[in-house]
Design a protein around this ligand. Sequence first.
Ligand code: PRP
Length: 210
Amino acid sequence: MAELLKVAMPKGRIYKKASKLFREAGLPTPDDFDDSRKLIIPVPEAGMEFIMAKPVDVPTYVEYGAADIGIVGKDVLMEENRDVYELLDLGIARCRMSIIGAKDWQPVMNPKVATKYPNVASQYFREMGQQVQVIKLNGSIELAPLIGLADRIVDMVETGQTIRENGLLELEEMFPITSRLIANRVSYRLKNDAIQRLCDQLQPVISQGG
Ligand code: PRP
């Protein structure tokens, strides 16, 4: 019998795109949990069990082996810097991490930068040789430059709607972002057949551009 793969799935918007990709790859997965609070979802037809995790926690479940594999945005992967294998760029949830400011922003000495990604932002500005003060927030980051908490923000831009509706300006694109398939290092060896089979099934349905 094929080995059961424990898959850490990010709850929310990436999940919908990931489950659609799995179905396109011929893996029958449940598509909607809007009305469910269930956190462990058996998917026996696909030889998997989904662990419905908060996106930021997916690399943690995978690093510790509580999940064999996981799906996570590259943004979270860069920020969390966990010891996991990155197996595939799934090409879904495509967006970008950008530096954003108010329309009337001015260059200032040692600007305050608000973000959900303090590690990524600190490293980026350090490598650019720019001194900044990073302020960690957990959401609604676009508020920060509007109410004087920060001079700039580092945040995700997908459609651009949030920055447009709040009168902000995308000053610089830092990184393109997509979701990735990651694996626990031990699981990758012990369950290699099952993981490899999953990669082989996913590969042909991964879109490179859109
Ligand atoms: C994300 C991100 C931006 C927005 C970008 O926030 O932090 O705010 O989406 O998307 P857009 O370019 O299509 O408008 P999210 O909705 O995850 O909520 P948050 O503000 O609580 O982080």
